[in-house]
Structure formats: structure tokens, C-alpha cells
Design a binder for this molecule. Structure first.
Ligand code: 5GP
Length: 107
């Protein structure tokens, strides 16, 4: 599937739609999910244009991949989740009901 630059997370990255930012660095933006399914529900996204984990792992640079994974750990730490426990998930494609076609990890 080709990346659609008009997806909602692309618009958030361009600042066209607001978000409640939790963390940002050169490679990653993390923000509160607009429809939280848990007391803490944050989305962590790469800044690059990647549809899915398959797209990301095939085409992203090592620095982008390391950046995303390190950011997940850092956000969990900063949100105070590490001691109590937390869940990381990603929905990929139609059968998993991926709604937004920009790779995102749910914390
Ligand atoms: P998916 O099903 O694709 O894994 O999850 C997409 C997530 O994006 C959902 O949890 C949904 O609530 C969230 N979401 C959709 N649109 C927006 C938005 O405009 N802003 C924010 N912060 N989250 C969004």
C-alpha cells in the first residue's frame, strides 16, 4: 500500500491538526490518543512516511528504527509505567483493523 500524505497522523506531524504531545525528538513524535482505551493511552509514531511495521522495517534507516524503539522505552519511563507494567501494541492492515495508515505503536 502506498503512503497517503493526507492521513491524520501526517497532518499532526505537519502541525495541521493539534495533538497533546508527550515526547518528541528527531525521529519520533508521541502524543495522547484522542479516544483513550486505558488510563494512559499514548501513540508513538515515526516522523518518516511509513504505512506499517513491514514498510518501516524494510525501508527505514537503522537510526529511525533505533529511534522509535528507544522512544517507546523512554516514554514508558517518563510516564511512570515501568514499575506497574504496560502494554505495547500495533495494528497492521485490514484484518487487524488498522485505522490510520501511518505506523503507530500504542502504549
Ligand atoms: P489503529 O486502529 O489504527 O491502531 O488506531 C488508531 C488510533 O488513532 C485510535 O486509537 C484512534 O483513537 C487514534 N486517533 C485517530 N484519529 C486521531 C487524532 O486525530 N488524534 C489523536 N490523538 N488520535 C487519533
Amino acid at each position: 500500500m502506498a503512503y497517503d500524505p493526507d492521513n491524520i497522523f501526517a497532518k499532526i506531524l505537519r502541525g495541521e491538526i493539534p495533538c497533546k504531545k508527550v515526547y518528541e525528538d528527531d525521529h519520533v513524535l508521541a502524543f495522547d490518543d484522542v479516544n483513550p482505551q486505558a488510563p494512559v493511552h499514548v501513540l508513538v509514531i515515526p516522523k518518516g512516511a511509513y504505512v506499517s511495521m513491514a514498510d518501516f522495517t524494510e525501508h527505514a534507516t537503522d537510526a529511525e528504527i533505533a529511534g522509535l524503539i528507544r522512544a517507546v522505552g523512554r516514554v514508558a519511563e517518563e510516564l511512570g509505567l515501568v514499575e506497574g507494567g504496560w502494554r505495547l501494541l500495533a495494528n497492521h492492515g485490514r484484518d487487524a483493523h488498522q485505522e490510520v495508515m501511518h505506523l503507530h505503536l500504542h502504549i
